[in-house]
Design a protein around this ligand. Structure first.
Ligand code: NDP
Length: 462
């Protein structure tokens, strides 16, 4: 029988990699894990976690303004970017430490090195040149911001990676893209006082979301003072004579800004990984092709998270890792379930969503009912802030199942998490109606929208 150095070797110390390594090691397996940058991966080091800390930081100016309506006089306020970065870095360091500790406690071997495949069972640790063998190898190396190299002057732009470590807070920024990252960072920078412009190629931001959410957020962002340029792209970027950058757009002339940030999607991190040495197949986007059990075409090699072309979300990578453990180490074949994933955009206001949009439901079902509420949140009554919350339930008329729930407003992400349970459980609109409201909350609207706002039959609003 062939003997390997490890039962499992994991390449990549992000959410999916660390989870699979830690749990396998805690089951008594001999596990090694390699990470070339920092343990915690994109989510912890330069994604979800620091982003959310930035979101909190960017909300304070509105809180200070709102306080006046409640009788408070807030003195002169000022903001120190470097202080925020230092505080954020300290917290990220703490979390990174916890990730390492979890691996250490489970007795996994931790390598601070890039790792590349030599063959189907062998990994080379680039720093030391050492090779190790493993019965199973998991590739969980994540993704990286699409650098958009076809854009003249792309090298002058930043991505979300750099946004977390800018030396100075820019006075003005142009952000390209209309997805999660572009929208979230536009709100962050605006909240921190940066003159912010978003440029997006489509007709409306957040192309894969419910139209009501897209329009509602767009209006709210513009009302705050964020400029949004639609059906336009950056044609080139160059250094301006007097400092800063000159971004030439296709239809809106030349914009002079301090910083240009690209948020045009993320590419799988598969280059130079030695995948060809083991014969691992990739799709046309460079993502590792996997089956329902996260198996690649090479029986000993598995892939999890953003390096595969599934859903680029941290909880999804963790779920895929847990399914891998069940299947491979607990003799309990378990497929990751990618249906009905609740998600949030940490824009201001937030979007929280689970299930399908009105547009998708209208195309899928013969008749749907739309329950829609739009109202001013209670806090805005005394603060005087003009803002609105939108809540929407999409119901398949045939079986009364709620197939989509969408919220634009404060704490929409928190609400989406709980709505995720109800949709996953297959709750009907009648279950929502039978649920007692929690009063006074915004969420109570979700259980008190008794009659449909409108119906859509065979694609037509009736
Ligand atoms: P997204 O896929 O969300 O958005 C990419 C945007 O870039 C889209 O608006 C897309 O347009 C546009 N785009 C792509 N290529 C081009 C191009 N060549 N020229 C002009 N525009 C282009 O990716 P992000 O980078 O924002 O985020 C990556 C992933 O990370 C997300 O998909 C998400 O899964 C995850 N994420 C999740 C967060 C959360 O859960 N809150 C936060 C941040 C990221 P179009 O829509 O027209 O294709």
């Amino acid at each position: 029988m062939t003997t390997y150095d490890y039962d499992l070797f994991v390449i990549g110390g992000g959410s999916g990699g660390v989870r699979s390594a830690r749990v396998a090691a805690s089951l008594g397996k001999r596990v090694g894990i390699a990470e070339e940058y920092r343990y915690g991966g994109t989510c912890v080091i330069r994604g979800c976690v620091p982003k959310k800390l930035f979101v909190y930081a960017s909300q304070f100016p509105e809180h200070f303004e709102d306080a006046a309506g409640y009788g408070w006089t807030v003195g002169q306020s000022s903001f120190d970017w470097k202080k925020l970065i230092a505080a954020k870095d300290k917290e990220i360091e703490r979390l990174e430490g916890l990730y390492r500790k979890g691996l250490e406690n489970a007795k996994a071997d931790i390598f601070d090195s890039r790792a590349e495949l030599v063959d189907a069972h062998t990994v080379k640790l680039v720093k030391s040149g050492q090779t190790v063998t493993a019965e199973r190898i998991v590739i969980a190396v994540g993704g990286t911001p699409n650098p958009h190299v076809s854009l003249p002057g792309y090298e002058l732009t930043i991505s979300s990676n750099e946004a977390f470590h800018l030396e100075e807070l820019p006075k003005s920024i142009l952000i390209a893209g209309g997805g999660y990252i572009a929208v979230e960072f536009a709100n962050i920078f605006h909240g921190l006082g940066v003159d912010t412009t978003l440029i997006y190629r489509g007709k409306e931001i957040l192309s894969r979301f419910d139209n009501d959410m897209r329009h509602g957020l767009h209006e709210a962002m513009v009302a705050k003072g964020i400029k949004i340029l639609l059906t336009d792209v950056i044609a080139s970027v160059k250094k301006a004579d007097g400092g800063g950058l000159e971004a030439e757009t296709r239809h809106n002339g030349t914009l002079n800004v301090d910083t240009v940030m690209l948020a045009l999607g993320r590419d799988p991190n598969t280059q130079g990984l030695g995948l060809e040495n083991a014969g691992v197949a990739l799709n046309d986007k460079g993502a590792i092709i996997v089956d329902d059990y996260s198996r690649t075409n090479v029986p000993s090699i598995f892939a999890l998270g953003d390096v595969t072309d599934r859903v680029q979300l941290t909880p999804v990578a963790i779920h895929e890792a847990m399914c891998f453990i069940e299947t491979e180490f607990k003799n309990n074949p378990t497929k990751p379930d990618h249906h009905l994933i609740a998600t949030a955009v940490f824009s201001q206001p937030e979007i929280g969503t689970v299930g399908i949009s009105e547009e998708e439901a209208a195309a899928k079902y013969e008749e749907i009912e739309i329950y829609r509420a739009q109202f001013r949140p209670m806090k805005a009554t005394l603060s005087g802030r003009t803002e609105k919350t939108i809540m929407k339930l999409i119901v398949n008329a045939a079986d009364r199942k709620v197939v989509g729930a969408h919220i634009l407003g404060h704490e929409a992400g928190e609400m989406a998490q709980l709505l995720g349970i109800t949709l996953k459980a297959g709750c009907t609109k009648d279950d929502f109606d039978a649920t007692m409201a929690v009063h006074p909350t915004a969420a109570e609207e979700l259980v008190t929208m008794y009659s449909p706002s409108y119906r859509i039959r065979n694609g037509q609003r009736v």
